[in-house]
Each structure stands twice: as structure tokens, then as C-alpha cells.
Design a protein around this ligand. Structure first.
Ligand SMILES: [Mg+2]
Length: 459
């Protein structure tokens, strides 16, 4: 397996140890001591003294991971707010609230722990956050800054394991199977990673260690901020037993409600429910639920250099004001197709299906899609399809609150070199323009160049 090979050869000489870094010498002694204790005691490996122990886990449990898949989930604490606080010391120890500004329509994206004390939460309307914490420091998101730090952290993680999967801008999975032994225990290795991140960026994160991604992800949220929670494979049933079903990663609100209706409240109850009953209630998804409840989950950490198997790429935006103005809708669709197109090309895809989503002021929502005869990859082609769908399907004249565009039926661009010869010259030219614009944006930022029609969206 990739993971095991990588474990043996992956992290060779560059290490960030518990106290910053330690050289080869110390690693070697470490290994020798380990073999020694193995021979002498005939028992498992004794982990070296730990500074931070995961909550509620007895010392010896940490060493019993040998032979199990060991997956780590790292989640940066209050990432956007913490980055701002690192960047500007004047913001430290203050309630920093990132996202929409009060007075405008928008939501809180992240807030510092100092703001959470007042009840401010991610996803809350900014107006409500302002009511709860009027002296909070409200700031707009600065994507470039956060991406920069995120990339720094990823490159650091790569030095610990070759199998790192970025999950979002502030989360990643790391497969440390067969690698953690160099550090003594999985918890020791994760503490070293946490220290290295802190040393390089000044930021803290919370980590979960589990036998699969689901357990790792759920445990990283158990002890925030700056926490470490380890769930050994044998403790998985006990860990899940009393959790409410909605706490499980993969079970949404709707499914949670449906389960409650049939009297299933906890994961333990779900695990004990008859599979055939679940299948009758939820179809094939019911069987998946049963597996999740029994702690069975995906262990495949996809390294960042492997392309994610994306099914669709989309963006949507809530308009600053509900509107029926064709100009404003057009400008927003232009902006969205530009973003979707850029992300699609960045991932090396082209698409054959365009979906338009629009939501009226009364929250009734429509999606309309069209599958095309050929693949497209230019912003303009996406935009034209979206406009066509809007014109064909907008029977009502009342105001629109949200618009979204997504593309699907994706395929790798490298499949299309042959076809390019026969592709309509218009789309080829447009793709060329987009690729040039992409390069400009790569060098000078996403706002460096855009379409004139995108710029009119605030008019
Ligand atoms: Mg986070």
C-alpha cells in the first residue's frame, strides 16, 4: 500500500520534533530503545513520556495502535479570526468577528473565542452577532491571507507524512499509519505536528486520531481549542454509543429528524437497529447509516497531488438586495460563471452540464439544468447557458434573493486535445482568453482582471 511504503520512506531526515526539531541521532536512539524494551519486557512498546495526553485515554492505550490504520484529522481553531489576530497583535485577546459587516446582509464566517463567549457563532447573521457583541471587531474575510497560511501549514504537514488530504481551507486528514512509531505513539506524533504548526504560524489547532476519517473528524471536534482526542479502534463503539445521531459526520438534520421519528435518537440505538428495517425506511442509504453507526468509515486519505473525484463544481451568491433587475442578475451570473469556470479549469476539468439555481424572495427555490452536446470550459460558455436557462424558466417577475451556477458531467481536460481540433473555433478562442485571465489572476490575485459586465453587479 502507498501509505505503508510512504511510512517507511516518507519522512526521512526533516523532522519537527517535540522541541522544535530533533536530528537523526535522537531518532536512532529512540528506535534502539524501543527494540530494547521489546526484547527485555516482551511486552508492547513503551511510549516515551508525554507532555499532553489525550483526554481520558490511559497511557498504555496510545501504544496499542500497532497494526491499525491511524488517521488524523486536524482542524485549525477559529482559523480566519486567529490568522487576523496573529497578523495584527492589536487584535489579540479581543472579540474578532470575520464575515459580513453589521449593517449589511451577511453572516459570520468565523469568530475568535473571545467573541464566542458572547454567544457569537459561525453562520449567524452579522446583525445578530452585532446585537450580542456590539463592541466586537468586525472584519471582512481576506481570502488571500488565509490561503497563504493554509498553504504554509500544508507544506509543513507534508514533512510529517506524504499522505495529506486538505479537506477545507483549515482542515486536513493525515494518514500516519506506520509513521507514528518514530515518535513513540500517534498522540506524540500529533503533538509534534501541533507544535510545529504553532512554531511556524503561531496558530493552534485541534486534532482527532481514529481508525478512519469519520472517527478522526468527529473526535477532533471534541476538545476545542488546542485539543487532542484519540479514539482507539476498540473504543469506537463506546465513543459513538451515546452520541445523538445528528452529531455523526454524514448524518444531516433531515435524516436526523427522520430517525428520531422512528425512535432512534442515539448512534448506539442506530447501530443496534435491524439492517432490513433501515433499508425499508431509507433505501440503500439506510445500510450506509448502519455502517456509519457501527463506526465503519472511509480510511482512504487522498494526497493533495491526486485530483479529487469531483462530481460538480458550483458557486452561489445571496444578492445584497432582493432584485428583479435583469442587469444585476446578469452581472451576478457573469461573476458566478467566472468563478465556476476558474475553479473548473484549475482542477483540470471541463463540463457538459450547466445548472442554474435561483431563489425568490419568498424562499421558493428552483434549479434548471441543461446537458450540452459537447464539453465547455470557458466562462462565457457557462454564462450563456446560465442566461438561456434563466430566460427560459423565469416565469415570475418578483424579486430574486439568490442565484447559483454549477457545472457537472465533468471530465479531465487531457481527454480533449484531439477534439480541440474539431471544436467550434469560438469556444476554443474563449477558452484561450480564460486561460490567459487565469494566469493573470494566479500572479496578481483574483481581482486583477474581470469582465466589464461583472463589474456592474453592484449598480
Ligand atoms: Mg476550524
Amino acid at each position: 500500500m502507498l501509505q505503508n511504503n510512504a511510512g517507511a520512506n516518507g519522512v526521512k531526515s526533516r523532522h519537527f520534533g517535540t522541541n522544535g526539531s530533533f536530528g537523526k541521532g535522537r531518532q536512532l536512539t529512540h528506535v534502539i530503545q524501543r527494540e530494547h524494551s521489546d526484547k527485555e519486557t516482551g511486552e508492547g512498546i513503551e511510549p516515551p513520556p508525554k507532555r499532553r495526553l489525550p483526554r481520558g485515554v490511559p497511557d498504555k492505550v496510545a501504544a496499542r495502535w500497532e497494526g491499525y490504520k491511524t488517521i488524523v484529522h486536524l482542524d485549525m481553531d477559529a482559523f480566519f479570526a486567529a490568522v487576523e489576530q496573529q497578523h495584527n497583535p492589536a487584535l489579540r485577546n479581543k472579540p474578532v468577528i470575520i464575515g459580513g459587516l453589521p449593517g449589511y446582509r451577511g453572516v459570520v464566517s468565523t469568530c475568535s473565542y473571545e467573541a464566542r463567549v458572547y454567544g457569537v457563532k459561525s453562520g449567524m447573521p452579522s446583525a445578530e452577532a452585532y446585537r450580542l457583541c456590539p463592541h466586537g471587531i468586525f472584519m471582512q474575510t481576506d481570502g488571500h491571507k488565509y490561503t497563504w497560511v493554509s498553504v504554509e501549514i500544508l507544506s509543513l504537514l507534508k514533512q510529517f507524512s506524504p499522505t495529506v488530504e486538505p479537506f477545507s481551507i483549515d482542515e486536513a486528514f493525515i494518514d500516519i499509519s506506520g509513521i507514528w512509531q518514530r515518535y513513540g505513539s500517534p498522540a506524540d506524533m500529533v503533538n509534534s505536528i501541533k507544535d510545529a504548526i504553532k512554531g511556524k504560524t503561531g496558530l493552534t489547532c485541534s486534532a482527532g486520531i481514529g481508525p478512519n476519517k469519520m472517527i478522526a473528524k468527529m473526535s477532533s471536534g471534541m476538545d476545542k481549542p488546542d485539543g487532542l482526542t484519540e479514539v482507539h479502534p476498540e473504543r469506537v463503539p463506546a465513543f459513538l454509543e451515546n452520541l445523538p445521531v445528528e452529531a455523526v459526520w454524514g448524518i444531516g438534520k433531515a435524516t436526523g429528524k427522520a430517525l428520531e421519528k422512528v425512535g432512534i435518537d442515539t448512534v448506539g440505538e442506530l447501530a443496534k437497529t435491524d439492517r432490513s428495517l433501515l433499508k425499508r425506511l431509507f433505501g440503500v442509504a439506510g445500510l450506509a447509516l448502519h455502517e456509519i453507526a457501527n463506526g465503519v468509515g472511509d480510511t482512504e486519505v487522498t494526497p493533495f497531488y491526486q485530483k479529487p473525484n469531483e462530481k460538480s463544481i458550483g458557486h452561489e451568491t445571496t444578492l445584497p438586495k432582493d432584485t428583479a433587475s435583469v442587469e444585476i442578475l446578469t452581472a451576478n451570473l457573469r461573476m458566478l460563471s467566472e468563478r465556476v469556470g476558474r475553479r473548473m479549469r484549475k482542477s483540470g476539468f471541463e463540463a457538459r452540464r450547466v445548472t442554474l439555481k435561483f431563489r425568490y424572495a419568498d424562499f421558493s427555490t428552483f434549479t434548471r439544468a441543461k446537458t450540452l452536446s459537447g464539453y465547455i470550459r470557458s466562462d462565457t460558455a457557462i454564462f450563456h447557458q446560465a442566461m438561456r436557462l434563466l430566460k427560459e424558466n423565469k416565469q415570475r417577475t418578483d424579486s430574486i434573493r439568490l442565484v447559483g451556477i454549477s457545472v457537472s458531467k465533468l471530465r479531465d481536460t487531457y481527454n480533449s486535445f484531439q477534439e480541440d481540433l474539431f471544436r467550434s473555433s469560438g469556444e476554443s478562442k474563449l477558452s484561450c482568453i480564460c486561460e490567459t485571465m487565469d494566469k493573470i489572476k494566479d500572479s496578481y490575485g483574483d481581482n486583477a482582471i474581470t469582465y466589464l459586465s461583472t463589474m456592474t453587479r453592484y449598480v
